[in-house]
Design a protein around this ligand. Sequence first.
Ligand code: NAD
Length: 247
Amino acid sequence: MSEEKKVALITGATRGIGREIALTLAEEGYNIALNYRKANEELETLRKEIEEKGVKCLAVCGDVSNFEEVEKFVKEIISEFGRIDVLVNNAGITKDMLLMRMKKEDFESVVDVNLVGTFNVTKNVISYMMKARSGRIVNISSVVGISGNAGQTNYSASKAGIIGFTKSLAKEVASRNINVNAVAPGFIETNMTEVLKEEIKEEIAKSIPLKRMGKAKDVANLVKFLVSEDSSYITGQVINVDGGMLM
Ligand code: NAD
């Protein structure tokens, strides 16, 4: 029997942007399937916070770059909830360095998690959405997938790949009432950007028209809109959440 509540799967959801998306969609009344790679205290706290919002939370372990692990956790979600209405491909990594110094493994591992991971999860979820003749997919890209960035050939290639993937899939599944969009965040305050030196962060903030780094909530709010009925006529788009950085 299918659960009455809609189900949202968010990958790499234990911290940062993914965590905020999970909490925001829980507030909207979705049962939440959280994908994580390694269990930790953060996961238990998040699970409690989600359940306090009156929805169910299923945490599923798996590396998105491993097709078999993804296949297994998607089946786990279907056997628990009977449906997946929303997929947010959020899991991502960086391994920044100039191409001169970059090893083949540094390039491959970033593409494997960010781009192949997006393929692996979408491929395993799409048949359920096709059968239901409805679904929403949001892929987290990045402004550097559009603009490029020195020191990020691996990351920006993976994020540009996500944009091509999003547009092609949007065309393939539109007739089944499945909308596929990409979100391109600029500089968002999370663990990913915490590694930057304070003076670099200040320089970045100065160069952003809205004069601040973004918050995970800024991204989650857009995802909330893109999975809602209010965005039913929007598909195949890349929407920046970047304080005006890229215009
Ligand atoms: P983060 O490092 O805080 O979170 C990334 C999450 O992905 C972590 O929970 C991590 O465990 C998970 N993850 C990594 N590899 C995984 C794998 N193989 N399988 C499953 N989970 C995995 O980073 P964040 O800033 O929250 O980033 C979230 C997404 O937003 C990423 O795709 C990132 O590229 C993108 N993004 C972030 C920024 C930014 O400024 N923070 C800007 C543009 C895009």
